[in-house]
Design a protein around this ligand. Structure first.
Ligand SMILES: Nc1nc2c(c(=O)[nH]1)N=C([C@H](O)[C@H](O)COP(=O)(O)OP(=O)(O)OP(=O)(O)O)CN2
Ligand SMILES: [Zn+2]
Length: 136
């Protein structure tokens, strides 16, 4: 078979990269006796998802390596912290995902080719929240 005969379909490209950090929190707004109102910790997993209609050389939406500053931010500001000491909001997965999208847009988006479409925050193996960017 001549592999050069394969036609490339039109469409958009999407990439994701996962990061992690460890942190503690408690969700004080919950009903009395709710287990998550007690101080506890998570090995948070954060995934950023970027899209682009075209690729830049050598065929990237964005070089995964260019996302390094996001990892540095997580490591420096959030890792091994009590989230209540550093964040101005109740640190649910949903709010963390929105906050991290905000950091990305402000600090990294101008420097990369792909457009951030979503941030996913996983607190446990079974629980996650996604913040999806509005299209502009
Ligand atoms: N929508 C949300 N619900 C809950 C959040 C959240 O951020 N968004 N957070 C919590 C707690 O932080 C909790 O630690 C994690 O929730 P949960 O999945 O209930 O944790 P478990 O691993 O203990 O779940 P089990 O499946 O019961 O073992 C609560 N809710
Ligand atoms: Zn929790």
């Amino acid at each position: 078979m001549d592999l050069r005969s394969i036609l490339l379909p039109p469409g958009t490209f999407t990439i994701g990269k996962k990061f992690d950090f460890e942190a503690g929190h408690r969700l004080a707004g919950l009903a009395p006796g709710h287990k998550c109102a007690r101080q506890h910790g998570h090995s948070y997993e954060v995934e950023v998802i970027l899209t682009a209609p075209t690729l830049e050389n050598p065929g990237f939406v964005t070089d995964f390596g260019l996302l390094g500053p996001f990892k540095a931010f997580l490591d420096t500001e959030l890792d091994h912290r009590d989230l209540h000491e550093i964040l101005p909001f109740e640190p649910t997965s949903e709010r963390l995902a929105q906050f991290l999208a905000g950091w990305f847009i402000q600090h990294l988006q101008p420097k990369v080719h792909g457009r951030l479409v979503a941030v996913i925050v996983r607190e446990t193996r079974s629980s996650w929240a996604r913040f999806h960017m509005e299209e502009r």
